[in-house]
Design a protein around this ligand. Structure first.
Ligand SMILES: Cc1cc2nc3c(=O)[nH]c(=O)nc-3n(C[C@H](O)[C@H](O)[C@H](O)COP(=O)(O)OP(=O)(O)OC[C@H]3O[C@@H](n4cnc5c(N)ncnc54)[C@H](O)[C@@H]3O)c2cc1C
Length: 500
C-alpha cells in the first residue's frame, strides 16, 4: 500500500517537475501550481532534501536567502575551514617535517592572500555545483528569504526585489544555525579584532597572538590553522576539559598533542570582559567558579562558544510550531512539527550540529514525505575534528557505557606500532574500540591519529551493520595501511593484537 502511494507521487511529480523547470522568478503574483515540497534553507540539510525530492519526482522548490547554496557548511563552515586547514598543514609540513624526508627548502614562507584565494575557489566551485544539481534534478531555486504563511504556503522576499507566494503540500524547515553570542565579548567581524568562526576564515594577516574562547571543535580547528602559521594560540575554556562530549581518554591525549604543537590552555576559566584597543583586545578572565581575575591582551580574539538554531522570521509562533528552550524546532521521530504538513531538519532541530547529520535527515524527511520509510540511525553519526592529528568518534564513549551500566570490552592500538604510520613519520595517537562484553557487538570507536576522519567510516559501517569486534578483526585489511591499526584494536578487543 505504502509503495503504491509513493509510486503515484513519483509519476505525477515527474510530469509536473519537468513542466515548471524554467519558471521566471520575477513575478509578484502568486504561483498558481501547487508544489509537493518547498524547502526553506539551502544548506546540506535543505539542498539534500530538495535534490532527493527531485529524484523521487516530487515537484520541489528550495528557498535560500544567502544568495548562494550550500548553507553554513559550504560557505562559512566545513569547506572553507578545511581548505585553510589543508593549506596551513602543507605550510607547517614544509617548514617542520619535509627535512625529515630529505626535502630541504630554504625560506619557506606563507602567502595568506593566495591561501584565501584557494579557499574561495573551493567554495565557489562547490556552491555552483549544488546549483547545477538543482537544475539536473528539476529543483526550482528561489533566491530570497522565506516565511511560512500557513500549513501550505511559503512567501519569499526575493533578493532582487518583489515577493513570491508559493502553494505547497509540504514544507521542510532547514534554516540551520547561527553563532551564539557571548555578551562579554561582542563579535565585530569587520573590525577584525573580535571575530567569530566566519571572521576567522577571512583573517588576512598572521596574528602574533590569538585567544580562542571555547575549546570545542570549531575553536580548535580554527586555532590550529593560525597556530600552524605561527600564531601563539591560547584556548580559554569554561569546562575542565576540551570537547566535553568526547571520550575522556582521547580528550586528554588530544590536549597533550595540541600542547606539544604550542597551544596554551586556560581551562575552568571564563571571560568576563573584553576591551578593544590599539594594541589588540584585552580580555579579563576569572576562574569558572569565580575569583582569580587576570587580564591578557591578544591581537585577535576568536569567539567559538557554540551555535544556536536560526529560525528568525519564519513565523513559527503564529503557526503554533513549538521550539524548545534552546530554540530548536520540536519535531517527532519523522521530523514532523505540530503542523502535519511542516517538517524540520538539520541544525535547527535536536541533535549534533553536523553537516552529514543534516544530510541524512534531508534524505529521511523526503523519503517520509514521498511515502517511504525514512530513517536516521543516530547511534551511527560520526564526529570528526580536522586538526592534526585528526580526532574521530562514533557511538558510545567509555564514560557513557559506564554510566549506563553496560559491561564492555575495550581494545586499543597505538599508531606507533602501525607500520604505515611509522613509514610516514606520523605515529601520534591510537585507535580505541569498545564492544559489548557479552555479544562483542561494537558500541563505540574513538580514534586520534593521522586520517582518523576517513578511518572512522569503518567503525560507522560496523555499528550500522551490528558487527562484532571479531568480525572486523577477521576482516583482511590492506598492508601497509593506517586502517590496520583499526583491525588490531579490534583484535585487542576480543583477543590479542599481533603487532603490539
Ligand atoms: C566553522 C565551521 C566549521 C564546521 N565544520 C564542520 C565539519 O567539518 N563537519 C560537519 O559535519 N559540520 C561542520 N560544521 C557544521 C555544519 O556547517 C552545519 O552542521 C551544517 O551546515 C548544518 O546544515 P543545515 O542545512 O542544517 O543548516 P545551514 O548549513 O546553516 O543552512 C541553512 C541555510 O538556510 C538559510 N536560511 C535561513 N533562514 C532562511 C529563510 N528564512 N529563508 C531562506 N533561507 C534561509 C541560511 O542562509 C543557510 O544558508 C561547521 C560549522 C562551522 C561554523
Amino acid at each position: 500500500m505504502m509503495f503504491a502511494a509513493a509510486a503515484a507521487v513519483r509519476v505525477q511529480g515527474r510530469r509536473t517537475a519537468t513542466a515548471y523547470a524554467f519558471r521566471s522568478f520575477t513575478s509578484t503574483t502568486p504561483l498558481a501550481e501547487q508544489y509537493d515540497l518547498v524547502v526553506i534553507g539551502g544548506g546540506p540539510g535543505g539542498y539534500v532534501a530538495a535534490i532527493k525530492a527531485g529524484q523521487l519526482g516530487l515537484k520541489t522548490a528550495c528557498v535560500e536567502m544567502r544568495g548562494r547554496l550550500g548553507g553554513t557548511c559550504l560557505n562559512v563552515g566545513c569547506i572553507p575551514s578545511k581548505a585553510l586547514l589543508q593549506s596551513s598543514h602543507h605550510y607547517h609540513d614544509a617548514k617542520t617535517h619535509f627535512a625529515d624526508h630529505g626535502i630541504v627548502i630554504d625560506n619557506v614562507s606563507m602567502d595568506i592572500a593566495k591561501m584565501q584565494t584557494a579557499k574561495a575557489a573551493s567554495v565557489e566551485a562547490l556552491t555552483g555545483g549544488i546549483e547545477y544539481l538543482f537544475k539536473k534534478n528539476n529543483v526550482e531555486y528561489f533566491k530570497g528569504k522565506g516565511s511560512i504563511s500557513g500549513p501550505n504556503g511559503v512567501n519569499v522576499e526575493l533578493l532582487d526585489g518583489g515577493t513570491e507566494s508559493i502553494d505547497t503540500k509540504n514544507i521542510v524547515i532547514a534554516t540551520g544555525s547561527e553563532v551564539s553570542p557571548l555578551p562579554p565579548v561582542p563579535v565585530h567581524n569587520a573590525g577584525g579584532k573580535i571575530v567569530d568562526s566566519t571572521g576567522a576564515l577571512d583573517i588576512d594577516k598572521i596574528p602574533e597572538t590569538m585567544a580562542v574562547v571555547g575549546g570545542g571543535v570549531i575553536g580548535l580547528e580554527m586555532g590550529s590553522v593560525w597556530s600552524r602559521l605561527g600564531t601563539k594560540v591560547t584556548v580559554i575554556e569554561f569546562m575542565d576539559r576540551l570537547c566535553p562530549a568526547m571520550d575522556i581518554e582521547l580528550t586528554k591525549k588530544f590536549q597533550t598533542t595540541l600542547k606539544k604543537q604550542g597551544f596554551k590552555f586556560n581551562l575552568k576559566t571564563k571571560v568576563v570582559k573584553s576591551e578593544v584597543g590599539e594594541n589588540g583586545v584585552t580580555l579579563t578572565t576569572e576562574k569558572s567558579k569565580g575569583g582569580g581575575e587576570k587580564t591578557e591582551t591578544f591581537d585577535i580574539v576568536l569567539v567559538a562558544t557554540g551555535r544556536r538554531p536560526f529560525t528568525e522570521g519564519l513565523g513559527l509562533e503564529a503557526l503554533g510550531i513549538e521550539q524548545d528552550k534552546l530554540g530548536r524546532v520540536v519535531v517527532d521521530a519523522h521530523f514532523r512539527t505540530a503542523v502535519p504538513s511542516i517538517y524540520a531538519i538539520g541544525d535547527c532541530i535536536n541533535g549534533p550540529m553536523l553537516a552529514h547529520k543534516a544530510e541524512e535527515e534531508g534524505i529521511a524527511v523526503t523519503e517520509t514525505i514521498a511515502g517511504f520509510a525514512g530513517h536516521v540511525n543516530y547511534d551511527a553519526i560520526p564526529g570528526v575534528i580536522y586538526t592534526y592529528p585528526e580526532v574521530a568518534s562514533v557511538g558510545k564513549t567509555e564514560e557513557e557505557l559506564i554510566e549506563a551500566g553496560i559491561k564492555y570490552n575495550k581494545g586499543t592500538f597505538p599508531f606507533s606500532a602501525n607500520s604505515r604510520a611509522r613509514a610516514n613519520g606520523s605515529t601520534e595517537g591510537l585507535v580505541k574500540v569498545l564492544a559489548d562484553a557479552e555479544t562483542d557487538k561494537i558500541l563505540g570507536a574513538h580514534i586520534i591519529g593521522p586520517n582518523a576522519g576517513e578511518m572512522i567510516a569503518e567503525a560507522v559501517i560496523a555499528i550500522e551493520y551490528g558487527a562484532s569486534s571479531e568480525d572486523l578483526a577477521r576482516t583482511c585489511h590492506a598492508h601497509p595501511t593506517l586502517s590496520e591499526a583499526f583491525k588490531e584494536a579490534c583484535m585487542d578487543t576480543y583477543d590479542k593484537p599481533i603487532h603490539f
